[in-house]
Design a protein around this ligand. Structure first.
Ligand code: ATP
Ligand code: PAU
Ligand code: K
Length: 259
């Protein structure tokens, strides 16, 4: 029973085909497209992979993008299913004021993060940093309760905002240094330390709240760029959204025999 997992972000669609909807499934194929280019998936690479029996995705782009994605899936019989953040699922409880308003990508990545931790050791609080178009910094306590999280502009948005909001700033890429002495380094370091600093504050908040050292996890396409600038040791797990989708799919399959 093949399983297609989709992560539709604000910039790119990422997909992975697995041999079954279960944690630890074998990957059969994967790819990523910028949102402007998704309309050729159906005639292109998706026409060359085995047909998925099941599909589950998380999407934070709008309805228009969702329809375009579903159109590309019409070459198969599979029913499109999209995760909506719930009050509880797969061992996680949702502390958001209005649980379904929590971004599906955040919810799914947190489920992936909690299972990643539990496979390796005893339960601890988790700081989960997701570095994409936007950056999120989630706090999960040792019992699996999502306490709350930060949303920050991603590095690209920060720099574009500075470029368009000032007369004298243009944004060639610089290096991250402690004491920037040119504009490029000042911009790159400013954005990077803004994110790293927010993560450090959330770490301290969570440590104080739980009285227990949090595990620090990072995911998202630009995670590797942030890693060297963090103030704590972070583990980079690129696949957390896909891991979360597999865990959710497995749970639903066990419950309903389908989903
Ligand atoms: N030096 C950097 N440090 C941190 N983040 C960066 C850096 N350079 C670029 N970025 C961020 O990385 C993002 C691209 O990451 P990635 O390709 O993973 O996005 P994405 O995961 O496809 O986003 P989404 O899931 O929202 O579509 C850019 O939007 C930018 O904000
Ligand atoms: C915050 C982003 C953009 C991160 O991808 C996404 O999860 C989203 O659009 N969330 C909805 C709002 C919220 O999570 O509160
Ligand atoms: K994302």
């Amino acid at each position: 029973m093949t399983f297609l997992a989709l992560d539709v972000g604000n910039t790119r669609l990422k997909w992975t085909l697995y041999d079954q909807p279960a944690a630890g499934a074998r990957m059969l194929a994967q790819g990523a497209e910028f949102l402007e280019q998704i309309d050729r998936l159906g005639d292109g690479v998706w026409s060359q992979i085995p047909e998925p029996t099941r599909m589950l995705g998380c999407i934070v782009a709008g309805q228009a993008v969702k329809h375009r994605v579903q159109e590309q899936m019409e070459l198969w019989n599979v029913e499109p299913r999209w995760v909506v953040a719930a009050e509880a699922e797969a061992g996680l409880t949702n502390g958001y004021d209005f649980p379904p308003r929590l971004g599906a990508d955040r919810w799914v990545a947190m489920i992936g993060a909690r299972h990643h931790m539990l496979r390796r050791g005893p339960a601890r609080p988790i700081i989960l940093v997701m570095v994409g178009t936007a950056v999120t910094v989630e706090a999960i306590d040792q019992h699996g309760r999502f306490l709350g999280g930060l949303i920050l502009p991603g590095h690209g948005i920060m720099l574009r905002a500075l470029e368009s909001g000032t007369a004298g700033l243009h944004v060639p890429t610089g290096d991250v240094v402690e004491f920037p002495t040119n504009t490029s380094d000042a911009l790159t370091s400013g954005g990077t330390f803004a994110i790293a600093g927010a993560c450090e504050r959330m770490y301290q908040n969570l440590f104080r709240h739980c009285d227990m050292q949090p595990l620090c996890l990072m995911t998202g396409g630009a995670g590797w760029k942030m890693l060297p600038s963090m103030t704590r040791p972070y583990e980079l797990v690129e696949s957390l959204i896909f891991d979360g989708l597999l865990v959710i799919a497995q749970g639903r399959e066990a419950l309903n025999g389908a989903f």
